[in-house]
Design a protein around this ligand. Structure first.
Ligand SMILES: [Zn+2]
Length: 297
């Protein structure tokens, strides 16, 4: 019902000749993969890292294998799992009741575009779980639907990154609602499951978007750090190096990466480097979705 209401509202608003045109200089899926968005993405970093605290433990002592994580990449969606982690106010992943602390969370944004499916295949081969934060514009372009289904069927978590990657703070409530809920409807239609995680474009959340995410039963998360939108790191070597050796890296780091060529090429080395440092990879299925994340802020 809500959806119909919003669609009708959107239709009416468009018909009334509100500044629809002004709000539509949105990059297409194509432009979104190249340098056109660098400036905004840098803002995304600024917003996302605001208020970030330093991590105490940069070098985990243990160097063991992450066997417990390896099994959990298999889809087992019928059985609810006990939560072992939660997302804290700095968007890090924290253990509950003695779960392994030396872990990071892999997240891939702006999918499924050109490299998302290949990145999923690589991560699957490496037994690394991840959240793919998807945009409706990519799902509806080309064979985006099939790619989304394939990524989901490989056992990956599908997160909501809004329909068209607009800055939510510049939209009306109706538009924000549609940007968010339309993606959940679309993802459910294709995979049978509604997203449990929400990441706002550029990390810009509004009080209203947080409420909509909450009403939709989603955990809001920005990220701890990421570099693949900086010119300097748009090559696999530099990116692999910084993702493993960044000063921000610590227990529970929420790693932001994108559906990009250099990130795809760097994935193997990033995973190997993080494993070498003793980090495991959190299975998003084990992250609690009921906790009030905003309370910690
Ligand atoms: Zn994004």
């Amino acid at each position: 019902m809500k959806k119909i209401f919003v669609l009708v509202m959107a239709f009416i608003l468009a018909g009334c000749g509100t500044n629809h045109a002004e709000q539509n200089p949105e990059p297409s899926g194509e432009e979104n993969t190249n340098g056109g968005n660098i400036e905004e993405n840098q803002k995304e970093q600024a917003d996302g890292t605001e208020g970030q605290t330093s991590h105490e433990n940069d070098e985990p002592e243990e160097n063991g294998e992450e066997e417990q994580m390896e099994e959990s990449n298999e889809p087992s969606r019928d059985e609810p799992m006990m939560s072992q982690y939660y997302v804290d106010g700095n968007w890090s992943v924290k253990p509950i009741d003695g779960a392994k602390e030396e872990v990071v969370l892999i997240t891939i944004d702006d999918a499924p575009d050109k490299y998302g499916l290949e990145m999923a295949k690589t991560l699957k081969e490496l037994d690394v779980p991840a959240i793919f934060f998807v945009n409706g514009i990519f799902i509806e372009a080309g064979n985006g639907r099939e790619q989304l289904k394939d990524i989901y069927d490989m056992g990956f978590e599908i997160g909501n990154h809004t329909f068209s990657h607009k800055k939510l703070s510049e939209l009306s409530k109706e538009e924000q609602y549609e940007e968010i809920v339309r993606v959940n409807d679309l993802v459910e239609e294709i995979t049978g499951e509604r997203p449990k995680f929400f990441r706002a474009p550029f990390g810009v959340n509004t009080d209203y978007s947080k409420q909509v995410a909450k009403d939709e039963g989603m955990v809001v998360m920005n990220w701890s750090f990421g570099y693949d939108w900086n010119q300097e790191y748009m090559n696999e070597k530099a990116l692999a190096d910084i993702m493993v050796n960044a000063k921000e890296l610590g227990n529970g780091s929420n790693l932001l990466m994108h559906d990009r060529e250099w990130t795809f090429k760097a994935l193997d080395d990033i995973v190997a480097g993080l494993r070498e440092k003793g980090f495991g990879f959190v299975d998003p299925d084990l992250i609690e979705t009921s906790r009030e994340v905003q309370e910690d802020m």
